[in-house]
Write a protein that binds this ligand. Structure first.
Ligand code: HAM
Length: 434
């Protein structure tokens, strides 16, 4: 009886070689640009103590209440697969005393994140981020530099037509005042609507964090949102100045942005600057990047007061956009086909073909071969399919004669070459020195 086929878990997907190449290329571009801004790579664990995320991201957030992959390990500790990287990077910053180094600590990481969300186009349960964080100052010049780097990267991978939405969501002084005013407004609106428009869980969510209501995509809420008080009416002098200075830096740098007083983010650690980069070409899940300041997070995690800012780009959405634009990363070695294919007939030829392949690869050529034998005809078919320019045929005669047969596929011509000289010959043809 045929065994049942196993499939991947809902909401996760395989990245096949063609896509993985574009993926690596996007990461390569990020590394190159981020290095120019002084960022170093950090690799943080894929799972952490649950408490890191509940404390860091916020007990009342959707991520913490509904979306975390949390389990008890065999030692009885509550563990969570990371839903994002910022909290982990801050934990690592504190644990490894990175604050002891002078200046701003600039760190980036890439990798999978896990959220139990309802899967749909552009929304997965395992997705990947390129995440950059800069810790150590509240100077709005750092906010500007972080945004410059982000926009330079998005442009370098070929994206255009993006919208940078910018807001300041207040600080520890003015945000609670705003949140209280918004809560009062929303309570009144809810009462006005009776119970009809609002289900209980939404009412609960409003009580827990009224700002999240501004993020609602429900058309029935659009009217309320448009009448709701906005944070700009509550900014204190510091917040107003921070945003004005940032906007001046962005103007001077030629970065286009839209001030959006209704922009809120789904994580509680934010203060002052928040931003998102959206694209019309992404459908409902239209944010390709989100970020902002989190001046209190490091302290919340037991470190010294450390103002900081960062962003995370969603890789799946980024690649979806580069694919749509027909733009984007490509052209690196992985995009180039195999150059030499080795066909081996007989046992000693098989063994020799392994040695020859290693030798040619050692000289920088892209080499493949058949496995599992087969007739000359079937092996040649595979050689043809590989797209290789040269095919080396090794049979018993070649082995005993110390030669190889070389076929240049475009010319259908086959010649005999000294085994010892084949590497030099192929390198001269495939890698001519300028
Ligand atoms: P976030 O807005 O939750 O922020 O996620 C950042 C980006 O990750 C989103 O704009 C989106 O492109 C992508 N993303 C999020 N969830 C999913 C999903 N389920 N499927 C596919 N892509 C997704 C953060 O994670 C913050 N840690 C960003 C940050 C860094 N803030 C400061 N530093």
């Amino acid at each position: 009886m045929a065994r049942q086929k196993l499939t991947a878990v809902r909401g996760v997907k395989d990245i096949l070689p063609e896509e993985a190449r574009r993926w690596s290329e996007a990461e390569r571009v990020a590394r190159e640009i981020f290095a120019r801004y002084g960022y170093g790579e950090i690799r943080v664990p894929a799972f952490e103590r649950t408490e890191l995320f509940s404390r860091g991201i916020g007990e009342g957030t959707d991520i913490v209440t509904k979306e975390m992959y949390t389990f008890e390990d065999k030692g009885g500790d509550s563990i969570t697969l990371r839903p994002e990287a910022t909290a982990s990077i801050c934990r690592a910053y504190v644990q490894n005393s990175l604050y002891a180094q002078a200046g701003v600590a600039k760190l980036f990481c890439t990798g999978p994140m896990f959220r139990y969300e309802r899967p749909q186009a552009g929304r997965y349960r395992q997705f990947h981020q390129i995440d950059a964080e800069a810790l150590g100052t509240d100077d709005p010049a750092l906010d500007a530099e972080v945004i410059f780097m982000l926009m330079e990267f998005l442009e370098a991978v070929g994206l255009s037509g993006l919208s940078l939405q910018l807001n300041n969501i207040g600080d520890a002084e003015c945000r609670p005042v705003y949140a209280a005013a918004l809560l009062e407004f929303l309570r009144e609106e809810t009462a006005g609507m009776g119970t009809g428009g609002m289900d209980e869980s939404l009412a609960e969510r409003i009580e827990r964090n009224p700002l999240r209501f501004l993020d609602s995509k429900d058309p029935a809420h659009a009217g309320i949102i448009s009448r709701a008080p906005t944070i700009d009416q509550f900014w204190n002098e510091r917040c107003r100045r921070h945003l004005d200075t940032l906007c001046r830096h962005l103007d001077r740098g030629g970065v286009h942005y839209e001030r959006n007083p209704a922009l809120v983010r789904g994580l509680d650690y934010y203060c002052l600057t928040v931003f998102e980069v959206t694209s019309e070409n992404l459908g409902a899940q239209n944010a390709v990047c989100g970020g902002g300041r989190y001046d209190g997070l490091v302290e919340e995690l037991g470190g010294p007061p450390t103002p900081a800012i960062g962003f995370a780009i969603g890789m799946e959405r980024l690649l979806q956009l580069t694919e749509k634009a027909g733009a984007g990363p490509g052209g690196e070695p992985g995009d180039q086909p195999i150059e030499v294919f080795i066909v081996a007939l007989g046992e000693s030829a098989e063994a020799e073909s392994l040695t020859l392949a290693s030798e040619l690869r050692g000289r920088g050529l892209r080499v493949d071969r058949t496995f599992g034998g087969g007739s000359m005809k079937s092996q040649m078919k595979r050689a043809d399919r590989s797209g290789a320019r040269y095919v080396i045929v090794l049979g018993e005669d070649e082995i005993s004669g110390g030669v190889v047969s070389l076929r240049e596929m475009a010319e259908s011509r086959q010649e005999s070459f000294e085994r010892a000289g084949i590497g030099d010959y192929l390198c001269a043809r495939l890698r001519p020195s300028p």
